[in-house]
Design a protein around this ligand. Structure first.
Ligand SMILES: C[S@@+](CC[C@H](N)C(=O)[O-])C[C@H]1O[C@@H](n2cnc3c(N)ncnc32)[C@H](O)[C@@H]1O
Length: 291
């Protein structure tokens, strides 16, 4: 059942979009391969250099430090494959170091809480447990509809839809599908709703949502989430439906297809089967979902 497929050539994307997609995929691949603590050291160094350069250029401590904090926080959120603790170390190490250095002079103590407050509003802690915001690159799902054809009106969910880039990629592949997105962060869900008028986006917990009735669930989460996602898909989705994951495979479960393009993250495609299988997370025997 492990038929490996390679995505075929694209229907002429713009050169700029193609370049951006390639660069994003390359950066993701490289970043994911770096061993801890290299991500933290690189993140702190980048934020520190940015702050220093801005200070030397005459920027106010507020502007320099704020820019460094935003850069470091963004890196902590976006770095692929890090655990929550490592993200917190990456994101928190820079402000702590600045507190002890002269670069933070002139910034009142309470101001240090601002980025944390903003971060928590945009990014409630629950969303960290599964995956921080890291968007699907523009052409990441290219060729999926050829490998997994769906009828018009099929129901497709991006579970944890972030700002909506995954929904856009799904819309390109399945322009006639009924697309849904679920996102835990309020601001991200609002932004995705605004960006993706073609989809129904709701704020909610992807694990609490009922997946029965869906034809395809797409995820771009974390390696650690995949076993749980597979268990949920098998328990709730009907046989013959699909679970699709960007970059991260379900451990111990043979994919029905894998889409691979040079320099891009693999797309793992799983078909829900109507037979008992050994659950990847718990080791328990489960029966795939029936409607
Ligand atoms: C790696 S991003 C992927 C975003 C989008 N699917 C895409 O591919 O462009 C993961 C997203 O899942 C969201 N998320 C994490 N845990 C969640 C949960 N339990 N329920 C809903 N969304 C969640 C995060 O807030 C984040 O926006």
């Amino acid at each position: 059942m492990s038929a490996h497929a390679t995505a075929a050539a694209a229907p002429a994307p713009s050169p700029h979009t193609a370049e951006t997609g390639r660069a994003a995929a390359l950066a993701t691949g490289l970043a994911a391969r770096l061993r801890w603590p290299a991500p933290a050291l690189l993140g702190w160094l980048a934020a520190w250099l940015l702050t220093l350069v801005l200070r030397l250029a005459g920027a106010s401590p507020w502007l320099a430090l704020g820019t460094g904090l935003v850069a470091c926080t963004a890196l902590a959120l976006a770095w692929p494959g890090l655990s929550t603790w490592r993200r917190m170390i990456l994101g928190g190490g820079f402000p702590l170091a600045m507190l002890g250095s002269g670069l933070a002079q002139g910034v009142p103590a309470w101001a240090w809480l601002l980025p944390l407050g903003l971060l928590l509003v945009a990014y409630p802690l629950r969303a960290w447990r599964d995956a921080p915001l890291f968007p699907t690159p523009p052409r990441a799902l290219q060729g999926l509809a050829r490998q997994v054809p769906l009828p018009a009106g099929a129901r497709v969910l991006d579970a944890g839809c972030g700002l909506g880039q995954g929904l856009e990629a799904l819309h390109t592949e399945y322009p006639q599908a009924r697309l849904q997105g679920t996102e835990w962060s309020w601001p991200l869900a609002l932004a995705a709703r605004w960006r993706c008028r073609f989809a129904q986006v709701r704020r909610g917990d992807l694990w609490a949502e009922d997946w029965s009735g869906l034809d395809l669930v797409y995820l771009f989460q974390r390696p650690e989430s995949m076993a749980r996602a597979w268990d949920k898909a098998c328990a709730e989705m009907a046989p013959g439906r699909w679970l699709v994951s960007l970059d991260f495979a379900v451990p111990g479960v043979p994919p029905a297809r894998v889409l691979r393009r040079p320099g891009a993250q693999p797309v793992w495609v799983y078909r829900i089967e109507n037979k008992p299988y050994r659950g990847a997370s718990s080791g328990s025997i489960r029966t795939p979902g029936r409607r």
